[in-house]
Write a protein that binds this ligand. Structure first.
Ligand code: CTP
Length: 285
């Protein structure tokens, strides 16, 4: 088929989870097909589980959304960062965080689905991810992520969803550090702030989006990041809500706009949060 292809899988749960099925789905995604998520419920075998074909209403919804949004960002270049960074201490140890990369990957896919040419700069994330025609640049350290982003700074849309390490060891030991003293001090230095640097270089027409994750004075700190890093939108992750933030498949966020105003996005799958964020970006464009 030369037209866009969507696949709605339907099978028994064990087959759905089988590595062969996973690999084949990955392959057809890489060929540019989009895969509509399966449902949970009664299966043809009489068992109940995952693998049930999405309900016809959901299929229609997917098609409608696809056609209303596809092509909207054609000709636009997007840069997305995702995942954590690894800052080496010695050959076997590193400093990192709990970021899964899921939010960044969902954003990259959403942008790509609307026709944007997407570069995804990703730190190390577990598992394989579908990448419909997205240019993936895999990096490990904050410094590598910084350099990869500077090379892609002619973007129309940039979304910094990565949890970049703010500090990195001053020295990386050549050999594994042996335990000796009761106390051990690690000296750290600041990493380059990608969002802030891009904010400083921002040209007319470019839309720059950053993320914030705060444990205190959430709104105040998010607004500080908005002006301090010259972003157009700051997406505040809510750490205090169940089902939101690191690792999971759902998120709850609030968007703060440079032009003023805010928008709350209730708890929902990260793919849908991504859709809402990209809707707001598209309005700004
Ligand atoms: N960020 C970045 N480069 C860094 C650090 C952070 O691009 N070296 C980006 C993140 O991707 C995110 C935003 O900046 O979009 C907020 O990151 P955060 O670490 O919370 O901001 P900081 O300014 O470091 O403030 P603090 O850690 O004190 O909250």
């Amino acid at each position: 088929a030369t037209c866009p292809v969507m696949v709605a899988p339907a099978m028994d749960e064990d087959m759905w989870h089988h590595p062969a099925t996973r690999e084949n789905l990955e392959k057809i995604r890489q060929h540019g097909c989009s895969v509509i998520p399966v449902g949970h419920g009664e299966l043809a075998s009489g068992l109940v589980g995952e693998g049930r074909m999405a309900e016809p209403e959901e299929l229609v919804q997917h098609l409608e959304q696809y056609f209303s949004r596809s092509g909207q960002l054609k000709g636009k270049k997007a840069l997305v960062t995702a995942g954590p960074t690894y800052e080496a201490i010695d050959p076997v140890r590193f400093i990192s965080n709990h970021s899964s990369g899921k939010m960044g990957y969902a954003l990259a896919e959403e942008l790509s689905g609307r026709g944007a040419e997407v570069t995804l700069v990703s730190g190390p994330v577990p598992g394989k991810h579908s990448l419909n025609g997205i240019h993936l640049v895999q990096v490990k350290t904050a410094d590598e992520m910084y350099r990869a982003c500077m090379e892609a700074s002619d973007y129309d849309i940039a979304i910094m969803a990565a949890a970049v390490a703010d500090y990195t060891p001053v020295e990386v030991a050549d050999q594994k550090i042996k335990k000796k003293e009761e106390e051990f001090t690690l000296r750290l230095k600041k990493t380059g702030d990608i969002l802030k640097t891009l904010g400083g270089q921002k040209k007319n027409g470019q839309v720059l989006v950053g993320f914030a994750l705060e444990t205190t004075d959430e709104k105040e700190n998010a607004l500080k990041k908005l002006s301090g890093k010259n972003a157009d939108i700051i997406v505040l992750n809510s750490l205090n809500d169940k089902g939101a933030g690191f690792g999971g498949d759902t998120n709850k966020v609030t968007l703060y706009f440079k032009r003023g105003g805010e928008k709350e996005i209730g708890l929902k799958p990260k793919t849908e949060v991504a859709r809402d964020i990209v809707d707001s970006i598209t309005e700004l464009l």
